[in-house]
Design a protein around this ligand. Structure first.
Ligand code: URA
Ligand code: SF4
Length: 194
């Protein structure tokens, strides 16, 4: 049977794309098996590569602040990236790398089965949903093949552009509200008649 631990162990020794040659530590992702929200960023940066954990550098600090403001516990969600190893100089992951790494993400999704997937930024948006501009679509909830997605900007975009902080904060508050809605809303259940 598959498990998050098994996936993490495979990722840590993964040789499947050229990023394996330059990484220090692969970053499988971390969080709850029972997470209602699964966040997908782009790729590990320098701090993540050092520590083997996702979103622990400058972008991670922003994500942590915004999660706290939205009342979302970091320990209650699952956080991962499109590719699990750091691209040299933080360049955008290339198509062959995204393709080689994709099965790990698919397996994580199949195990966690989040109520909603939060797409952080353009790389995740384009590689997972084939999307274009994230700034034009941020704040939207979309549904594809029975899975809900929430679209927002990448926290790193707010490092040098502080006006983005307000947008990210508003978006994550909206996301928090969405996951607090009772599940299966819209369908009558037995309790509705009792
Ligand atoms: N940026 C990302 O996309 N992911 C991380 O884990 C850290 C920074
Ligand atoms: Fe393997 Fe993904 Fe790392 Fe490439 S980025 S080596 S596919 S874990």
């Amino acid at each position: 049977m598959d498990s998050l631990e098994k996936i993490a162990a495979e990722v840590m020794g993964c040789p499947l794309c050229k990023l394996a040659r330059t990484r220090k530590n692969a970053v499988p992702g971390e969080g709850q098996l029972a997470a209602k929200i699964l966040f997908i960023g782009e790729a590990p940066g320098r701090s993540e590569d050092e520590k083997g954990r996702p979103f622990v550098g400058a972008a991670g600090k922003i994500l942590d602040d915004m999660l706290a403001k939205a009342g979302i516990e970091r320990s209650q969600v699952f956080i991962t990236n499109v590719v699990k190893c750091r691209p040299p100089n933080n360049r955008v992951p290339e198509d062959d790398e995204v393709a080689a790494c994709h099965p790990y993400l698919e397996r994580q999704l199949a195990l966690v089965r989040p109520r909603i997937i939060c797409i952080l930024g353009r790389t995740a948006y384009s590689s997972i949903l084939g999307g274009g501009s994230i700034t034009a679509n941020r704040g939207k909830i979309i549904e594809k093949a029975g899975q809900k997605y929430f679209l927002t900007i990448h926290p790193a975009a707010a490092i040098y552009n502080r006006s983005m902080l307000g947008l990210l904060e508003a978006d994550l508050k909206k996301l928090a509200k969405e996951v607090k809605k009772p599940e299966g809303k819209g369908k009558a259940s037995l309790e509705d008649f009792m």
